[in-house]
Structure formats: structure tokens, C-alpha cells
Design a protein around this ligand. Sequence first.
Ligand code: PA5
Length: 463
Amino acid sequence: MGRLKLDYTHALSDLVGPEHGVTPQELDSLAVSARETIRAVQARRTKDLRWLDLPYQTEVHEQVLDYAARVAGRFQNVVVLGIGGSALGTIALQQALNSPYHNIGARGALPRLFVLDNIDPDLIGEFLDQFDPSESLFNVISKSGTTAETMAQFLVFREKLIERLGREGHADHVCVTTDEKRGVLREIAARECYESFGVPDGVGGRYSVLSPVGLVPLALAGIDIKGVLNGAAEMDQVCRAESFFDNPALVYAALQWLMQSKKHRPISVTFAYSQRLALLADWYAQLLAESLGKRKSRTGADVFVGPTPVRALGVTDQHSQMQLYTEGPFDKWFTILSVDRPDYSVTIPSAFDELEAVGYLGGRTLGELFQAERDGARVALTAARRPSVTFNFPQVDPHSVGQYVQCLEVAVACMGEHYDVDAFDQPGVEAGKVAAYALMGRKGYEQEAERLRQEAARARAIV
Ligand code: PA5
């Protein structure tokens, strides 16, 4: 089984110039501070960064697989009710590791997997129109157990289940993943006798895909979670290396920091040259934004830092974003996701040989064209002095995807050291939650509700 590799050649000053790329001196000085960075992260692995050890929780993995085996064949649909870190990892790994057509067509033993990570009534209403709740298993996922969106979804679907199956009958159709001991969802699970899994302490939402948060729905949808965890464990060993050039997480973290702080590139574009890897860019966008987008440094000073993640898909976005990427402002750097061996080989038939603009395609494969376009895009970015790195996946399989997830999580933890921010909290999302509670009339938020009423009364800019 091959290893995921990080190629940073095209981020170096040799290729994109010293103003835009990393000079040998900069690389050397990053290498010197690397030991401190990785030591600081690894020292927390048995304390508050328990997510680092998720690939080794074999007892939990067996519990998940045992549950998946017990309910196999019983449900047409597995429906995740969750949001943010409780949803994005599952969405990304489902796209990467199941067929793109998994949810379409006749069901065998494997259920469809839907992740309803929004409360738009059109999304939920349409689901209720299309699918029978009594043929579905609802995995309610919320570490805190208090997220309004997830709890609202839960209440909607629970009532539908009870209407169909009765109070007692509905319980088999709900599985809860929440804090191991605390919270209202844990209490509800116990009261209603729902199957339940725990999110351990030291595992924050966006670092939780390798906990039951991701493992339960992925196992239910037939994904080889052991393969994912083995890949993550292998990468975890690699990412313990204190020597900079042996540790892809350290290199990637240092480049991210350097690109923003020294090369004035606040935008980090993940350019996936793989349909299957496309949503890993969404997962990473949350990991990066929520972890590093911070007002305060760790010593409490106002710093207002953080990269802006952008997701792009090759080749689709070559016909949409590429013009901006090569000729627009010098404010971006690029991470290309590349796959050496796709699963399928599709030959382009020869036809219209006499028409040169089409004829040259005949006899080649779609894979060759895809790779040529990917390499062409990298060449174009480099020629335009836009630095890029490439993660090379030997192929898209559970092992390499597990490696990628672990590598990027460690990298973002290391970025927290460079940016000197707490990469594991998210105080900035609180204000929106408080306002929503107040607008929904939640007890204890009356003052905020009054403030919002006064603010609304001052609104003028409506035409
Ligand atoms: O990364 C995070 O911590 C957040 O994105 C959470 O996952 C998200 O807010 C959902 O929280 P919870 O799992 O508590 O419902």
C-alpha cells in the first residue's frame, strides 16, 4: 500500500521567485523551529488533544462494527442529523470511498447514506416527501447535545417515527452520538433507550471524523473504516517525526504560515483533481477556518488572524476559477490533490481522425487527459508565479484517505503553534447562536431579544 506524499517543489523560490516562493534560507529557519512545534503538539496527546489517538481505539472500532453488523439489511436509509464537525467528515469520506452513485438505484444490503447538515425546510420537507422514516435509521450526532439545528431535526424526525412506529417501536430507528457522559442528548438517549456512542473528551467536532461521529455512519454505509483507521495510524507515526523534512504535517503547516505571514497570501485554495476527493476540500475548509480564524492570540492580544480557505475542483474550475488564479491578485497559494491511479480506465474512441482538433484524443484515455490537465494547471500556476504544493494519493482508497485526514489534522494543530492561536476553540460562532436563541424566544435570552428588536427598529436600508 502506497503512502500519501507531499510535493512542495512548486512552492519553492527556484520556480516561482523569491517574492512568491520559499527561499532555501526560509526553509532552513522553518526546519529549526519544527522540533518545538511538533513537541508542543505531541505533548498534548494524552491531555486535551486526544483526537490524535483515535486511530488506536480498537475497542470502540469493534463496537461500531458490531452495531453495523447487527443492523445490516434492516434499513433502506441511514440519515445523519448533525452539522459542522459532526457532518463534514462523513460527507467527505462518503464521497471519497463510496461510489458516486451509491444513493441511486436498487438497494442491496447497503443503505443509502444522507447527511442532512442543514435545517432549510425545503431540504427536510423534501426528504419527508421522498423517504419513509420507518425505513430509515437516524444517527443524531452532536457532541454538545445542544446544537439547535441538530436538536430541531431530531425532534421533527422523532415525531414522524413515533407516528409510524409508536413510542416504543421508534427507538430502534435512532442512534445517538454525543459526549460520553454529559449533555441533554446523552440524557435523552438513556431515557429513550437509544443505541448510543460516545465522543471522548479531547475530541472537538472538526477533529472527530475518526471517532464514532464519522465511523458509525460510514460503517453503516459499508465503508472500510478499518482501512481508514490503519491509514490514519500509519500517518500518525510519520507525523511524530521531529525532523522537519520527514514530517509532511510540519512542512505543510510551516508553508501555510509562511505563505500568509511572509508572502502575503491569505487565501488557501485546495484544488482537488479528483471528483472523489472534492469534498475533502470542504472538510478541510472548516478545519482551517474554525481552527485558525481567531481574534485573540494565546496570550490574549487582539491579532485577528487566519487564512481563508477556498475549494476548487479540477478540471471543472479550470473553466471557471483558473483565469482569476493565474492573472488575479497574488493573494492565494494552492494545494493540489492528485491521484496516481484512478480505479477506472476509460478509453476515448477514435473518430473524426481527419479533424485535428478532435482526432488527437482518439485512443488516449480520460485518465491521461485528466492528468495532463492537472499537470498543465500546475505549470500554468507556476509560470504565473503562484506557489503550489501537491498531495499525491497513490489511489483513492480507505488507507490513503485515512492518511490524509490524520496528516491535515496534525498540520492544523501545528499551524496553531505558528499562528499562536488556540486551534481547538470557536468563540466566534457563539454570537450567532445567542442571537438565534433570542429570536426563537429561548428562556434566559430576553435581554438579547430586546437588543435585537431595537436594532431591527432602526433598519432603513430596505428599498
Ligand atoms: O468543530 C466544531 O466544534 C463545530 O463545528 C461543531 O462540530 C458544530 O458546531 C456542531 O457541534 P455539536 O457537535 O456540538 O452539535
